[in-house]
Design a protein around this ligand. Structure first.
Ligand code: MF3
Ligand code: CO
Length: 294
C-alpha cells in the first residue's frame, strides 16, 4: 500500500542510494509493484528490497560464510566430534573479523547447527556427538559482517553412506537447485516452493512445513517466510533486489517433526526417518537469481 507509492518526487534522488533520480532508478520498479498489488498479489515492503550498497555488504558476509563451510568440507571426517565443527566455524568467522550469527541468537548456545541423521535442524554441536561412518550431517551457519547477514548450509556424508541416504541427500540438493532455477522476478514464492515440493514428493520424500526459508541480509530473519509446501501463484511476489534463503528440510519418511524437550532446540523427524537439508541465500535479479551464499 504505502510501499510502492513512496511519495518520492520523480526528480528526487532515489531511495536506494544510487545517486540517480528516482524516475531513472527505482520508480519504474515501484510502479510495476503497484500494478501487481492492484491485481491482488502479496508484494514486498520496500525495506526488504536491497539497495546496491546492501547487496555488496551481503556478498562480503557471504564470502566468509562460504569460506567457513569450505573449511568444514575439508576437515570433516569420521571420528570428529561436532563441537570441533563449531570450533572451526567460530575460528574462520572471527578471524575474518565477523560474528557467527547463530551464537546467542535467541539463546542458542553455539556458533553453528550440526544436524545428524534423523535430526531435521538445530542440532547443537557437542563433544559427545561423534560423527561415524554412514552418517549424514547438515552444517548450517550464518555470518554477520559489518552488519550484513549471510546464511547457508550443506550436507556432508561421512564415510560409506547407504544408497537410500545418498539419494535423500541428492534429492534435497536437487530441490534447492530447482528452487534456484524457479526464482524469477514477477513470479511468486509459491511458484518456486511448488517446484521444490513436487520434486521431493516425486522422489518419495516429504517436506517439513513448520520451518522454511526467510528474507535475510540486513537482519538474520526478515520477511518473507519462504514455504516449500506452497502453491503456484500464491505467496509473495518475487521482485528484483529481494534476498532470501532456499532451505527445504526433506525427510525420507513422514513430514512431521518434534522438538527436543531437554534442550528446546533440536528438531527431529517424528517417525525417526532420515532428514536432509541444503540452504542457499538467493538474490532476485532483473532476469533470474544470483546465489550469494551456499
Ligand atoms: N541458520 C538457521 C536458518 O537457516 C537458523 C539457526 S538459528 C539457531 O535460518 F539459533 F539455531 F542457530
Ligand atoms: Co536460514
Amino acid at each position: 500500500m504505502e510501499y510502492t507509492n513512496p511519495k518520492m518526487g520523480r526528480n528526487e534522488l532515489c531511495w536506494c542510494g544510487s545517486g540517480k533520480k528516482y524516475k531513472k532508478c527505482h520508480m519504474p520498479l515501484d510502479l510495476k509493484i503497484d500494478e501487481y498489488e492492484e491485481q491482488g498479489y502479496e508484494v514486498p515492503e520496500r525495506a526488504i528490497i536491497k539497495t546496491p550498497e546492501e547487496i555488496a555488504g551481503i556478498k562480503e558476509s557471504a564470502k566468509i560464510n562460504i569460506a567457513a563451510l569450505d573449511a568444514v568440507a575439508e576437515k570433516i571426517h569420521p571420528g570428529m566430534a561436532t563441537i570441533e565443527i563449531d570450533d572451526l566455524v567460530y575460528d574462520v568467522v572471527t578471524k575474518a573479523g565477523a560474528i557467527p550469527a547463530d551464537l546467542n541468537y535467541e539463546g542458542y548456545p553455539k556458533s553453528v547447527c550440526t544436524s545428524v541423521n534423523n535430526e531435521v535442524c538445530h542440532g547443537i554441536p557437542s563433544e559427545d556427538v561423534i560423527l561415524k561412518d554412514g552418517d549424514i550431517v547438515n552444517v548450517d551457519m550464518s555470518t554477520i559482517y559489518k552488519g550484513y547477514y549471510s546464511d547457508s548450509s550443506r550436507m556432508f556424508m561421512i564415510g560409506d553412506v547407504s544408497e537410500e541416504n545418498q539419494k535423500l541427500v541428492r534429492v534435497a540438493k536437487e530441490c534447492v537447485d530447482l528452487g534456484v532455477k524457479a526464482v524469477k522476478p514477477w513470479k511468486t514464492l509459491g511458484d518456486m516452493g511448488d517446484v521444490v515440493h513436487r520434486h521431493a514428493v516425486e522422489n518419495g520424500c516429504s517436506v517439513v512445513w513448520e520451518f522454511g526459508g526467510h528474507g535475510c541480509g540486513c537482519e538474520f530473519h526478515e520477511d518473507p517466510f519462504v514455504s516449500y509446501v506452497s502453491k503456484p501463484g500464491e505467496e509473495m511476489l518475487m521482485v528484483p533486489g529481494m534476498c532470501f534463503t532456499i532451505e527445504p528440510m526433506i525427510n525420507l519418511g513422514r513430514p512431521e517433526i518434534k522438538v527436543d524437550e531437554k534442550n528446546g532446540w533440536t528438531v527431529y523427524t517424528r517417525d525417526g526417518s532420515m532428514s536432509a537439508q541444503w540452504e542457499v541465500q538467493a538474490l532476485v535479479t532483473e532476469d533470474g537469481c544470483e546465489v550469494l551464499a551456499y
